[in-house]
Design a protein around this ligand. Sequence first.
Ligand code: THU
Length: 142
Amino acid sequence: MKIDEEALVSAALKARKQAYAPYSHWTVGAALFTKDGKIYEGCNIENAAYTPTNCAERTAFFKAVSEGAREFAAIAIVGGYDTKEPESICAPCGVCRQVMMEFCDPDTFRVILGTKDGVQVSQTLKELLPYGFGPDTLNEKN
Ligand code: THU
């Protein structure tokens, strides 16, 4: 299914409105697109104890996987301070890149970074996480 990158950024901007970020005030939205055309939205969810905080990207992945989705084509991400619409890109943290590595083909899965003005960056997971460690590493016969 063709990826409409601009529509995915719009979905991420919408998802960001649900962010719960009373500590950092940095709100993030993500929209995860499955190979069969479904969109799972996610936002960051913070916690008074700080470390239980979940990023927007992982919220989207965990929603999707918990509902049976396993095949993903792309994710759009937007983020910034809660006082205004994102004017700069928000790149995914290392932990979220690793979660992508678990479920996505690094050569084809696209990570789209947007702002209020739409798509700014579109790269493969491999470009964002070169030499990633994933399920295929463990499957290699030595
Ligand atoms: N955050 C995300 O949700 N995704 C990212 O890619 C970067 C960081 C969240 C975690 C925390 O709630 C806030 O942004 C500030 O780090």
